[in-house]
Write a protein that binds this ligand. Structure first.
Ligand code: GAP
Length: 594
């Protein structure tokens, strides 16, 4: 099943959790549709105060693991780039979805989605357009909005890039980047210098990407503006090996393409080490990053019983990828793609090298200098000039290239070559062709790229969905978000029990202390204490501290600390509070041990 299909199937079968989560997200300030006062437009969401903090914490956790802990660089490139970048990357030509427009009501739909949702075809994205049109006619598919028949309606390719003009007029077209990756690739000639021309090295970027999705849906799962956290890891494919020993024992659920294609196929439980040994994951580098990602997803709060890596089917892969595994999370009984781990080979650097004329290579020094035979040409310009006029320069370039790739072409008395679609023949003696022994200390190679590409919004949605819990406390229904302390937007809520100047002043002091200890704190003095607990439970705040009369009257100043998930309470001395809570946040202490 393609990721699009999964997200959409997800929508059609969404249970109450998603509905309730989206409602909670709006009410508590996680996320909501943007520009509501103007009627909103599909595919754009604003993260409210809680959502922005959660998203920021997830991004920080990603940065810690994939940039800092791995020793990779981080950059921050522009989101608008000039047209030639996307001509080179292939996005202008190939970054399309299949569009069908209802002739009656004008609703635009993804044709492949219509087919996948309503027929036996599971991967319509990989079918050619005429075949999709045939299936629509055969199944007499109708517009999902008004029910009009779509049998004779043409399906068209729709490019997902958002176009703009750079500066006044339209002489310099630009595009909003559809992936942060291109901002890294185009800067490779400089970035390799920062890496001292040594492979392997990695460059990360966390930033916005834009896709003019035909039908954005399911809140922040498919939007038109979203955040990606991407790592482009540049390797020498012949020399560099990952340190698999660091991840070989990581247990993973894998759903390889072979299993998906087999009627009786199923997910397999294995370890990263076994998956490489058994060729289930072809690239050890892809396997390495899957091994790094799995415990990281666990740490930020993805439920590991609802998590797997699924390999792309051959028709599903992007134009640049030779292999790709997605990290998927289960939401309401369906799988959504949270990240892709692609082997991009030398596709991007080769394309940018061809189109820009700049050098997207790294000089690879040999251990020992090598003597190699090189075919060279030194054409006689007094012959080429009169023969080819203004094209003489192009002829020299073609002869140089031909000598490099096909020495045999110079074996006879004349050599034939192509120039602008025409074949020419000239005497070999006029080309200065020679084969010489040269001693070389190294060679320029185009690195290969391994790319872990994370969607931050889908991860935030998953973390919230997997954290969503309902239970009963003191005979009352309760909703709470079981967020990991590492990512929870607020770590502790502080409440004075009642509106009392003495309690409030003590609570203010506690807030200051906790903030000084680097904890994220909220102060709340409105409503009864039960309501305040419920509010923080819904926001997912792991701990609440209540300042009561015992705090201000007893000899030893103590407060009540309540844990969100168990609702257990304990009393702690105020002067130990900040240190104790910070230790819990850092994973050095458990609440149960207090
Ligand atoms: N550089 C590779 C790349 O962009 P992708 O699979 O197209 O690969 C990577 O995107 C991730 O970005 C996806 O796994 C998903 O989490 C996220 N993503 C893609 N399109 C999205 C959309 N329209 N809305 C939200 N997230 C999206």
């Amino acid at each position: 099943m393609s990721e699009h299909q999964q997200a959409d199937a997800d929508e059609s079968t969404a249970d109450h959790t998603s509905e309730k989560l989206v409602e909670l997200a709006k009410r508590r300030g996680y996320f909501f549709q943007s520009s509501g006062s103007y009627g909103s437009v599909g595919g754009f969401y604003t993260f409210g105060p809680q959502g922005a903090a959660l998203k920021g914490n997830v991004e920080d956790a990603w940065r810690d693991r994939f940039a800092l802990a791995e020793g990779n660089m981080e950059i921050d490139a522009p989101t608008i780039m000039p047209e030639p970048v996307f001509e080179a990357s292939g996005h202008l030509d190939g970054f399309d979805d299949m569009l069908i427009e209802c002739p009656e009501c004008g609703t635009s739909s993804r044709a492949d989605h219509l087919v996948e949702d309503n027929t036996k075809y599971e991967d319509a994205e990989s079918l050619p357009i005429p075949e999709v049109e045939e299936v629509i006619a055969e199944y007499e598919l109708a517009c999902p909005e008004c029910g009009a028949g779509l049998a004779d309606v043409a399906v068209e390719n729709f490019n997902l890039m958002f176009a703009t003009n750079i500066g006044p007029g339209d002489s310099q077209p630009g595009y909003l980047r559809p992936e942060t990756a291109q901002g890294i690739f185009v800067e490779f000639p400089r970035l390799k210098e920062y890496a001292r021309n040594q492979l392997p090295f990695g460059v990360t970027q966390i930033g916005r990407a834009y896709r003019n999705e035909i039908s954005p849906r399911r809140s922040i799962i498919r939007t038109r503006e979203f955040t990606q956290a991407e790592l482009e890891y540049f390797i020498d494919p012949e020399e560099d090996e990952p340190d698999l020993s660091a991840v070989e024992d990581v247990e993973v659920t894998l759903y390889p393409a072979t299993e998906q294609n087999d009627e009786d196929g199923d997910e397999i439980e294995t370890t990263i080490g076994e998956a490489v040994d058994n060729d289930v994951i072809a690239s050890p580098w892809v396997a390495y990053f899957l091994g790094v990602a799995k415990p990281w997803y666990d740490a930020v709060g993805v439920d590991m019983d609802r998590f797997r890596f699924r390999q792309h089917l051959s028709g599903e892969r992007a134009h640049y990828a030779s292999d790709c595994w997605d990290a998927e999370s289960e939401i309401d009984g369906n799988w959504i793609e949270m990240a892709g781990f692609a082997y991009r080979g030398d596709y991007d650097l080769s394309k940018h090298s061809e189109h820009s004329g700049d050098r997207f290579t790294v000089f690879k020094q040999y251990d020992e200098p090598k003597t190699v035979e090189r075919a060279t040409v030194d054409p006689d310009m007094s012959y080429l000039g009169p023969e080819f006029g203004g094209d003489a320069g192009a002829v020299v370039e073609e002869l140089e290239s031909l000598a490099g790739r096909d020495r045999a072409a110079f074996e006879d008395e004349t050599v034939a070559f192509e120039l602008e679609g025409e074949t020419h023949e000239i005497p070999v003696e006029k080309t200065g062709f020679a084969v010489e022994a040269q001693t070389e200390s190294g060679e320029h190679i185009i690195p290969h790229v391994v790319e872990p590409s994370f969607g931050v919004d889908r991860l935030v949605y998953t973390v919230l969905h997997h954290a969503y819990q309902e239970d009963e406390v003191d005979g009352e229904e309760r909703t709470y978000l079981e967020l990991e302390p590492e990512v929870a937007p607020t770590f502790v809520g502080v409440f004075p029990l009642q509106n009392d100047a003495e309690l409030e002043s003590q609570a203010d002091d506690i807030v200051d202390d906790l903030r000084e200890a680097g904890l994220s704190v909220t102060y709340d003095d409105s409503g009864n204490i039960g309501r305040r607990y419920r509010r923080q439970d819904e926001v997912g705040t792991p701990f609440c501290v209540t300042v009561d009369y015992e705090t201000v009257e007893a000899d030893e100043t103590t407060v009540t600390v309540r844990e969100r998930d168990s609702t257990d309470q304990t009393r702690l001395p105020v002067d130990e509070l900040a240190e104790t809570l910070a230790a819990i946040r850092d994973g050095d202490l458990e609440f149960e041990d207090l």
